[in-house]
Design a protein around this ligand. Structure first.
Ligand SMILES: Cc1cc2nc3c(=O)[nH]c(=O)nc-3n(C[C@H](O)[C@H](O)[C@H](O)COP(=O)(O)O)c2cc1C
Length: 371
């Protein structure tokens, strides 16, 4: 039997695919769509004492699968959110994680108010606008800790300069970590009008979606090696294999934002169903059996990089569609297709591996050559 339920902070989540703080988690009606769409946990849009003044336009898609946003945090009055929305969100029957921001002063008000309201199971706080200084991060986390007994998740931005110091400092205060927030600042603009695509003062915003998956994986893998506390993976998830990667890199659960914005609120349940099928097919009985296994295998992969070993692409003819993308992307001109037959000039090949990674049908496999 495959079990995708996951227990984090003694809270039982029906599956490890949660909403992320963002436009699809702004209020109870939106989170109802997420709950109906199969989300295993409901993380809300970030609430702060001062409602955000959100510029327009504030979300664009610069290329397929990614978003650039200047949405800041919630425009809702925090008392309205806590008194009116939170009880309705709690009634949806899924674990509720309230996202809060940003300063110690904000947290002394919001921590108490969320605790008193009694509808949240945990709190996530974003370090996005807190600054990069570790003392500042620690002060902020302490302010929240002093005002709530709920489990606290620190959500990291990828711009944090010294990840190790930040994790070690916060590990003494918080109960878990989430990574990553959107990446930036980032810019896009119209070359005819010269107008930025976003309406923020400087036209800048934050990038999310498919482009940031490898950054998120790096953060989750690095954080999970620095702490024994739960790490939640977020950033760039589009398909079940991305979820699997986050869990193998050390995540106990994942959050999904851009995909739900672009494809609808049933993506959570679809990913959860696919995860259960994938795990069954690959003989993983539960999340714990997969979690962090990337770290056990990393050293085995390292030996390939040792001197005395080269990797060369091997052609699997029956899979090849003769699209020639490998030939075009080989900057060393090591690949050619005389009479539609793959040919490699080994003395030109530098073993970079790009040809195999761009080959969609999987017709090239990097194999070891010892010399
Ligand atoms: C339009 C938009 C609004 C967001 N608002 C918040 C927010 O209020 N608080 C927060 O912590 N993260 C916010 N995020 C970041 C997401 O929660 C998430 O960390 C990021 O988008 C990466 O995940 P994804 O690639 O699945 O979108 C927002 C993202 C987007 C696209």
């Amino acid at each position: 039997m495959t079990n995708i339920k996951t227990k984090i902070f003694e809270i039982l989540f029906p599956n490890p695919i949660w909403t992320a703080a963002g436009p699809t988690a702004a209020d109870a009606s939106m989170l109802k769509r997420a709950a109906d769409g199969g989300a295993g946990g409901l993380v809300t849009k970030t609430i702060s004492v001062k409602p955000a003044k959100v510029p327009i336009p504030n979300i664009v898609s610069p290329f397929a699968g990614s978003l650039l946003n200047a949405e800041l945090w919630s425009e809702m009055d925090y008392q309205n959110f806590i008194n009116e929305e939170l009880p309705k969100i709690k009634a949806l029957g899924k674990p509720v994680i309230v996202s809060l921001g940003y300063s110690p002063e904000d947290f002394s008000i919001l921590g108490k108010a969320v605790e008193k309201n009694g509808c949240a199971d945990a709190i996530e706080y974003s370090i996005h606008y807190v600054g990069k200084d570790v003392d500042n991060l620690t002060r902020t986390a302490e302010a929240l800790k002093n005002n709530t007994s709920l489990p606290i998740i620190a959500k990291f931005s990828p711009s944090i300069p010294d990840l190790e110091s930040a994790v070690r400092a916060l590990d003494k205060i918080v109960d878990g970590f989430a990574a990553i927030n959107s990446v930036g600042p980032a810019l896009d603009f119209d070359i005819k009008t010269l107008q930025p695509c976003l309406g923020s003062e400087d036209g800048r915003g934050w990038l999310s979606g498919r482009a940031i998956l490898p950054i998120g994986l790096h953060f989750v893998s690095a954080i999970s090696q620095l702490t024994d506390k739960p790490v939640i993976g977020v950033g760039g998830i589009r398909k079940v294999e991305d979820v699997v990667k986050y869990i193998m890199a050390g995540a106990s659960a994942v959050q999904v934002c851009s995909l739900a914005v672009l494809k609808g609120q049933d993506v959570y349940g679809k990913l959860a169903d696919k995860l259960a099928k994938w795990m069954k097919q690959h003989n993983y009985p539960d999340i714990d059996s997969m979690r962090g296994i990337f770290h056990n295998r990393k050293k085995e992969a390292f030996h390939l990089l040792g001197y005395g070993t080269q990797l060369h692409p091997q052609w699997i003819e029956k899979k090849c569609t003769l699209c020639m993308i490998c030939e075009k992307s080989c900057v060393h001109r090591a690949i050619s297709f005389p009479n539609d037959i793959f040919q490699l000039e080994k003395e030109k090949c530098v073993s970079c591996g790009l040809c195999a990674s761009v080959c969609q049908p999987g017709a090239l496999e990097m194999i070891e050559n010892h010399y």
